[in-house]
Design a binder for this molecule. Structure first.
Ligand SMILES: Cc1ncc(COP(=O)(O)O)c(C=O)c1O
Length: 453
């Protein structure tokens, strides 16, 4: 019988996260203080994050121990299975073997709890009582809600208005875990009120919701802000995915030619690919491909520049691929991919040619996702459909080139709370959307005159 999945025992779970900063072949530009133009120091970040996470953000040790209480919670669903997509391979009829890490196995349904659990733990250990955050699709907000409930922290989530309206079940999940979920832009913060005054019907964006959550957190000494992607420590926590995958593939004597993941802020792509990026830096031949939406093409069409992580310009200036902090992406259904920037680590890897990026239209991604659901069973999150579209394209290429390929991708989440997006697709309401060069030029005006990395 063919082996369809590789399942690690509990005691095979990785005990350490992998820190790519220790292996980066060229130095990364530092985040800058927007006022002074100098690199930010730990004290600048102290009102926003607890010091133990700030230390992790700048750590350069190759391996960082996963604390026991975090491992204990990971074991509720980790190690996640590595599965072979045999049925999908059959319908693609290409010379490829497709393996995927099933991160939809977590209680909220995505990879997000890998960092939510860690962040809740470190905040609790630092004496923090409440966390504020933003959420796009609702996956991150529900992951942090669960993590806060497990570690006895209060949680407040600013949810992008369009997703709040499209996905009532995500906010009900958050409520079940004890969180207060507020549609953003809201009248709770200065940043939210300013946007509402300009556009009372604003659909919101991750950039706006981040501004609101930071403002909400920094006003209170017992509160801190928590981010579900982009930052170094978030990507670090996600490496548990790729580390497990390496062990699982080794057990069946496989090594991938291509590693793929969808990219919104960059965390699940980084999670699966960074341990393989280490191999690549040390000489392995392997492609690492980030799949992003054509309507928010940060890596494929945005410059590598300094920009704010949020719309109200409250974060440090981050060196990253960006479309400009004012950029308001179309209300595509993959809410978790509607972010104007990209993780500095992922941006740096793309700039250095270690990783690459490809963009996919939403019709193409849902077509791939439905094909997947009808062959493999699980209905993917709309974000995950971007990775599946990339797999389909890679399989096509293998067929054209007549080459055998092993593809590994991160199945970042299931789509059971995103069925309204499938409804829109199946009833023909989704349209193809591609940004014009003029739209991108206009959005990039907001970073004119900023320092260059
Ligand atoms: C299922 C799923 N996949 C991917 C993403 C994109 O985020 P990231 O690029 O940080 O992994 C999200 C974000 O909400 C998500 O919910």
């Amino acid at each position: 019988m063919e082996q369809m999945k590789v399942v690690l025992a509990d005691n095979e779970i990785p005990r350490q996260w992998y820190n790519i900063l220790s292996d980066m072949p060229t130095p990364m530009s530092p985040p800058l203080h927007p006022g002074t133009g100098k690199p930010v120091g730990p004290e600048d970040l102290a009102p926003v994050f607890p010091m133990n996470l700030i230390e992790q953000e700048v750590a350069t040790d190759r391996w960082i121990d996963i604390p026991e209480p975090v491992l204990e919670k990971y074991l509720l669903w980790r190690p996640t299975p590595l599965c072979r997509a045999r049925n999908f391979e059959k319908i693609l009829d290409a010379p490829v073997k497709i393996y995927y890490k099933y991160e939809g196995a977590s209680p909220p349904g995505s990879h997000k709890p890998n960092t939510a659990i860690a962040q809740a733990y470190y905040n609790k250990a630092f004496g923090i009582k409440r966390l504020s955050t933003e959420t796009g699709a609702g996956q991150w907000g529900s992951a942090l809600s669960m993590a806060c409930a497990m570690f006895g922290l209060e949680c407040r989530v600013f949810m992008v208005r369009i997703s709040y309206d499209q996905k009532p079940y995500r906010r009900l999940m958050m409520a079940a875990w004890g969180t207060e979920c507020i549609p953003s832009p809201s009248d709770r913060t200065r940043a939210g009120r300013k946007i509402l005054a300009e556009n009372p019907d604003s659909p919101g964006s991750l950039g706006i919701a981040i501004s609101e959550a930071i403002e909400d957190a920094v006003g209170n000494k017992d509160s801190r802000y928590s981010l579900g992607s982009v930052l170094n420590h978030v990507l670090l926590h996600q490496t548990v995915i790729g580390l497990e995958a390496q062990k699982q593939l080794a057990q069946i004597g496989e090594y991938p030619d291509v590693v793929m993941g969808c990219a919104g802020g960059g965390s699940n792509f980084a999670g699966i690919s960074l341990p393989f990026a280490r191999d690549k830096i040390h000489g392995k031949k392997i492609s690492l491909v980030a799949a992003e939406p054509a309507s928010c093409p940060t890596l494929t069409r945005g410059p590598f520049a300094y920009d704010f992580g949020d719309t109200a310009m409250t974060t440090p200036l981050l060196p990253m691929h960006t479309l400009g902090h004012d950029f308001l992406p179309e209300s595509i259904h993959a809410g978790g991919l509607r972010f104007h920037g990209m993780a500095p680590i992922v941006s740096h890897l793309v700039k250095e040619g270690i990783a690459e990026a490809r963009a996919y239209d939403q019709i193409e991604t849902f077509t791939a996702g439905v094909k997947w659901a009808r062959s493999e069973g699980v209905i993917p999150a709309p974000e995950t459909n971007h990775a599946i579209a990339a797999v389909v394209q890679e399989a096509e290429r293998a067929k054209q080139e007549g080459k055998q390929k092993v593809i590994l991708f991160n199945f970042s989440g299931h789509g059971l709370i995103d069925l309204s997006a499938y409804d829109a697709f199946l009833s023909g309401k989704l349209t193809q959307h591609r940004l014009t060069d003029e739209e991108i030029e206009r959005a990039l005006k907001s970073i004119e005159g900023f320092p260059k990395p």
